[in-house]
Structures are given as structure tokens and as C-alpha cells.
Design a binder for this molecule. Structure first.
Ligand code: N7H
Length: 493
């Protein structure tokens, strides 16, 4: 297939979570294997699943209904209604493609073809060089053929929709066509924490704008060609099988977060010269690159600005290019999480003779995902120790895992010398997701991570990151095909 299909995007054909994001209060990720004796049956039953798959056009329609409901409620001064709605998407692993016999032509992505378990050492996951493999839960060390994603306004809606899907594949009967490996339930955090991840920071602010889809980007939003996210589209430089057009790869990560421990750390290392609460908030903001409100520290370096955080016309409009931004960490530490994972102006060499600037668009991903687990209990907060699992079901879409998620994790977050051109300062690790990996060939404790520039008044001092507060417990690479491919290639009439 040509690596750049110039026809306009067909939004009825692209699964809804990729470009538009399924609306959700809760979401279940259902990982399955296809019974080896019922592969043909799976493909004939898929015909009945296809009408349930939510397209991008449907998501746009659902989001418009939500917006209208909110607007009317505001006019009538009542609480906005929670509209009953659900969404279904499906994706397959390389093992799933093999099980289905859809592997004559290579899809052209090494990380996907090998699977995430084989990639764990490259990603630096703890334990990955030991004979038993990374410190993941057993489900993600087993065979997985695919994942069905069901989202909705409530647990009830999602459970009912998932039951409908399971019925199609006779789950639970003696002639079940698919078998559950694991299902993981995510839910948006309650009350005013809605939209915030478990450490407390507003998430989902910065996404690339995809040409041909996001026609009205916000100031500062980077525009990427459709092929950064969709296979076979302009900007995707790999030759793909024709059925891969308009599909996208998902990097799914089951990430646990040690929230009480993280909070205890920011308190114990609060930026000096301020009351502890404020010093601790400032340290947290400098670790992430944004305040909990979403306000970027590059624009609001000394104190939070909630109005800025909530304003989509301003909260992404920065590129680390204030005077001295490239050489000092006055505003934002070089290793702050959002600077590591999207370095913006940092990839231009400021020193003559300048090296060619490093391309950025190929490294952009669309982040979806949702929180899992309960809120921190008073006991956990008091002891500073996690007793119940919680974290992020991270799911990112891209057309090329080696340029997308894998690159961000390995070449940027785990690389203490990144971003470039900062000598004599070594930025250090991404304090949120950076890992000291076995891939360096040396076995190093995760507690050996350091980061520079957290204290604006002592920028060359390294802060010891005494724990890894985001702990990967599993994950998988999957391919989310177009709806046409599901009908014509995956399903059998
Ligand atoms: Fe990150 N966090 O709370 O600290 N992330 N992230 N992430 N992340 C972002 O700008 C977080 C993870 C990216 O364009 C925000 O939308 C947590 C992985 C990218 O400026 C916050 C976890 C990877 C961006 C967090 C986690 C990334 C981004 C600010 C794990 C990829 C956009 C909100 C539990 C390898 C950067 C926003 C930009 C933003 C947090 C995981 C990547 C608050 C807690 C695994 C590309």
C-alpha cells in the first residue's frame, strides 16, 4: 500500500477512541484469547460485533449531545444531565493476528510484532532481565490475542454493553469462542478531581492536532500529519498491508501509582524558603511541569494560576523559549515530565554552528486512558504507605511504536542526558515515568534516579528521587483496525 493515502479521512471508518476519544466516566479493558478450535467461528461472529463498534463520527455526535445537555443545564441553572451512552472498540495483538491467519504481509512495526513483554527490558521495567521477566502481574505474561474496550456513563451501562459483547462470543458457555485473560475497570476520579490523575494533576491537556481532523487547533497545539497516528496516511513512511489503512497502534500500560509515598516525598523535599505546603506544591509542579490546576510552570513559574490551567486558549501556548529558558531552569526543570515527553523548543540547538533541529511531529502520541483504584484513605495518607492499588490505565495511539511511546519512554524519559544542548547541566530522569533500565547493561536500583533543577535557587543541585512512584505491572501493544478492515479482512461473512 502507498505510504501516504491522500483521500480525506473517513470518520465512519476510524474507531472512535483514536482521534476523538470515547466519552467515559468508566471504562473496561477486556483482554482475551481466541479459542484455537473456534477461530473461524470468531471471524463469523465478528460480523455481529462490527455494528456495535463506535466510529469517530458517532463519538463526535455523542460529544455534541453532551455539550448541548451541559449548555441547556447552564441556561436553566440546573445540574447537567448524565446522558446514558456507551462505546465499544476492539484491537488485536500480533499473536491475535497470527491466530486469525492475518499475517501473510507484515504490518511493519517491530515493537508490535514482538509484543510488549519482549520490550520490557528496553522500556526499563523493573525485573525485566531476571529469568522470570519483569515484575508484572501474571495475566500480562500470558498469551493475549486482543482487547475489547467498553466505555460509558456508568458501571451499569458498561456492564450491560460488555455482556452483549460477551454473548456474541458465547463467553462463559462450554463452547466459548473467546476466553478472558483479564479485565481491568477504570473510572474517572470523583468530584473536583474529575479529569485529574491520582497524584492530583489535571491530565489530557496537551494532545497533537491531527491534520484533516482537528481543524481548529488551540494556540500552541502542535499540528501533525494524519500518518503520525493512522497507518497508511500521509506522514506514515512505512509500507503497510492495504488492510492496515486507518488503523492505529495502542501502547497499553498498567501503571500503578504510589500516591501517599509521592506526597510524602514532595513534603519532605519541599522547596525551601516557603511554607511547607507551598514548597511541596511548587516541587510537585516542577516535577511534572504543570501545577495541579494544569497551569504550565513555563508560564506560571512561581505560583499556581488556576484560570490559566483551565483555559485551553492559553494552557498549551508555550515552548520553553522565554529568555534563559534554554540554559537555566528558572521556569521549568529540563527533566520535568511534560518537558521530557514533549520537549517543544528544546530540540532546536541554540549554539552556533547549530545542529539541524530534531523533528518532533513523528514522536507525538494521542493519550487516552483512565484512572483505576480507589481514592487515598485517611490511613494511607497518615502513614504515607499505599495499601490499595491505584494508578493509570495508560493507552496511547500512534502509527509507529518505535517513534511514539517506546521512543518517549526509552530515549527521552529514561535518558538522563535528555533534553540535549544543556551542558554542563545533566537534566536527569523524568521523575514521573523515567526508569533506570537494565537496558543500560548495569543493574541499578530504581532509587538511583536523580533530577536537576528542582530548586530554582540552586539549579545545579541534584535531587535524589528516592523511589519510583509509577510502577508498571503489565501492558501490551495492540492494533486497532479500521471498521472496513474489521468487516472485509477480519470478519468472515
Ligand atoms: Fe504523562 N502526571 O500526572 O504527572 N502526563 N503521565 N505520560 N504525558 C502529562 O499536558 C502522568 C505517561 C506524556 O505535550 C500531564 O495533558 C502520570 C507515559 C505526554 O506537553 C500529566 C503518568 C507517557 C504528555 C501527566 C503518565 C506520558 C504528558 C500533563 C503515569 C509516555 C504531554 C497534562 C502514571 C511514555 C506533554 C497534559 C506535552 C502529560 C502525568 C504517564 C507522556 C499531569 C501520572 C507512560 C506526551
Amino acid at each position: 500500500m502507498s505510504s501516504s493515502n491522500p483521500t480525506p479521512l473517513d470518520l465512519d471508518n476510524i474507531q472512535g477512541d483514536i482521534l476523538a476519544g470515547l466519552p467515559k466516566k468508566t471504562q473496561t479493558y477486556y483482554f482475551f484469547t481466541i479459542d484455537e478450535h473456534r477461530v473461524q467461528k470468531f471471524r463469523t461472529q465478528l460480523v455481529h460485533l462490527v455494528p456495535l463498534i463506535t466510529s469517530t463520527s458517532q463519538v463526535i455526535g455523542d460529544k455534541a449531545k453532551i455539550a448541548t445537555g451541559k449548555k441547556t443545564a447552564l441556561e436553566q441553572k440546573v445540574a447537567p444531565p448524565l446522558l446514558e451512552m456507551s462505546g465499544v472498540n476492539i484491537a488485536f495483538t500480533q499473536e491475535g493476528l497470527v491466530q486469525l491467519g492475518i499475517n501473510n504481509e507484515k504490518i511493519g512495526d517491530a515493537a508490535f510484532e514482538n509484543g510488549m513483554l519482549a520490550d520490557a527490558a528496553t522500556l526499563g521495567d523493573p525485573g525485566s532481565t531476571s529469568p522470570s521477566g519483569p515484575d508484572w502481574i501474571p495475566a500480562f505474561k500470558q498469551h493475549i490475542h486482543g482487547m475489547i474496550l467498553v466505555s460509558g456513563d456508568s458501571h451499569k451501562t458498561v456492564t450491560e454493553k460488555l455482556a452483549e459483547v460477551k454473548d456474541i462470543f458465547s463467553v462463559g458457555s462450554h463452547d466459548a469462542i473467546i476466553h478472558e485473560v483479564i479485565h481491568i475497570v477504570g473510572r474517572v476520579r470523583p468530584g473536583k478531581e474529575k479529569g485529574h490523575e491520582h497524584f492530583g494533576f489535571l491530565d489530557g491537556i496537551s494532545q497533537p492536532a491531527v491534520q484533516g481532523f482537528d481543524t481548529n487547533p488551540n494556540p500552541g497545539q502542535e499540528i501533525v500529519p494524519p500518518g503520525t497516528i493512522l497507518l497508511g496516511r500521509e506522514g506514515d513512511t512505512v509500507t503497510r498491508p492495504s488492510w492496515a489503512l486507518d488503523g492505529s497502534f495502542i501502547s497499553f500500560r498498567y501503571l500503578f501509582q504510589l500516591v501517599p509515598e509521592f506526597n510524602a516525598f514532595t513534603k519532605a523535599n519541599a522547596i525551601p524558603g516557603l511554607p511547607v505546603e507551598q514548597g511541596s506544591e511548587l516541587l510537585g509542579a516542577r516535577l511534572v511541569g504543570r501545577w495541579k490546576s494544569g497551569a504550565p510552570v513555563d508560564l506560571a513559574p512561581t505560583k499556581d494560576d488556576p484560570a490559566l490551567g483551565a483555559d485551553p486558549l492559553r494552557n498549551n501556548n508555550f515552548s520553553y523559549n522565554f529568555p534563559n529558558d534554554q540554559t537555566t531552569q528558572d521556569r521549568c526543570p529540563f527533566a520535568a515530565h511534560i518537558r521530557k515527553t514533549n520537549p517543544r523548543g528544546d530540540l532546536e540547538d541554540p549554539h552556533p554552528p547549530a545542529s539541524p533541529s530534531i523533528p518532533t511531529t513523528i514522536h507525538r502520541i494521542i493519550r487516552r486512558g483512565i484512572q483505576f483504584g480507589s481514592e487515598v484513605s485517611t490511613d494511607e495518607a497518615a502513614t504515607g504507605k499505599t495499601k490499595q492499588g491505584r494508578g493509570l490505565l495508560f493507552a496511547a495511539y500512534q502509527s509507529n511504536i518505535g517513534n511514539g511511546f517506546e521512543f518517549l519512554q526509552q530515549a527521552w524519559a529514561n535518558n538522563s542526558a535528555f533534553p540535549p544542548f544543556k551542558a554542563p547541566i545533566t537534566p536527569g530522569w523524568d521523575p514521573i515515568i523515567g526508569q533506570i533500565g537494565p537496558e543500560t547493561g548495569v543493574s541499578v536500583e530504581p532509587t538511583a534516579r536523580v533530577m536537576s533543577g528542582t530548586n530554582p535557587n540552586s539549579q545545579t543541585t541534584n535531587l535524589n528521587l528516592t523511589a519510583q512512584w509509577v510502577v508498571p505491572k503489565g501492558g501490551e501493544y495492540l492494533f486497532s483496525p479500521s471498521i472496513l478492515a474489521l468487516k472485509k479482512t477480519f470478519a468472515l461473512a
